[in-house]
Write a protein that binds this ligand. Structure first.
Ligand code: SLL
Length: 216
């Protein structure tokens, strides 16, 4: 009887770690949020709103040269709560009745050598009590958006060079765009700068874990 083949990986063939660029940062602004329309006459007990959760570039450019897919994890009351979006626009539309925290995991292109990053965004269906908009409307949605930056410190050289040399195409058009905030005034930019560290820290942290893993 023939012997079962045994797979031998010669020591010299282990994949070398990708070269990273010291003292370099790659900063990619992103926005993520939810847009929720009240269904008005079409509403029923379990479906009062149609809403969309999304990740986008604040300048309306494609992100698919950096992001390979986005995984949205919904509340367990939804059928198949884990939804994978593998192409832009990175958005997911559902109908439902309640607010909950949506988990958004961004996966990066293979050549980045980066681990996925998970962020959370609360789905908001109703304006806060006392806000200037006190009536539900089927035309004017409730929009909440966070701005952040993906900061890849000491990025993999190959990934960095590819990204800085790409001229991103405009993101595919989306019906949501007309309802979304525009990020271009000075106050907004100051807020953005101040808020910038949270994702940067997460990315640095997961890289450290990755390197520790590789080292063992
Ligand atoms: C709440 N903690 O009680 C939240 C949970 C869950 C919302 C909200 C499901 C819709 C469907 C849905 O809207 N769940 O099954 O089609 O408010």
């Amino acid at each position: 009887m023939a012997e079962a083949p045994v797979e031998v990986v010669p020591a010299g063939e282990q994949v070398a770690p990708k070269k990273r660029l010291e003292n370099t940062e790659l900063v990619v602004p992103i926005c993520y949020g939810t847009v929720a329309f009240w269904l008005g006459k079409k509403a029923d007990e379990y479906h009062s709103h149609r809403w969309t959760v999304y990740v986008r570039s604040p300048s309306g450019e494609e992100l698919n040269h950096i992001i390979s897919k986005v995984v949205f994890k919904l509340h367990d009351s939804f059928m198949n709560p884990i939804r994978v979006v593998e192409a832009a626009p990175y958005e997911l539309t559902e109908t439902g009745w309640g607010e909950f925290e949506i988990s958004i995991t961004m996966h990066f292109t293979e050549d980045s050598g980066e681990k996925p990053i998970e962020i959370f965004h609360p789905l908001k269906l109703y304006e806060d009590a006392g806000s200037s908009i006190d009536r539900q409307s089927t035309k004017k949605p409730v929009v909440t958006e966070d701005y952040d930056e993906l900061v890849f410190s000491e990025p993999v050289q190959e990934f960095y060079e590819r990204v800085v040399n790409v001229k991103p195409a405009p993101a595919p058009s989306s019906e949501l765009t007309q309802h979304l905030p525009v990020h271009n005034d000075a106050e907004e930019l100051a807020k953005i700068k101040a808020a910038r560290r949270s994702l940067a820290e997460q990315i640095a942290e997961s890289r450290l874990q990755l390197e520790l893993g590789e080292a063992t």
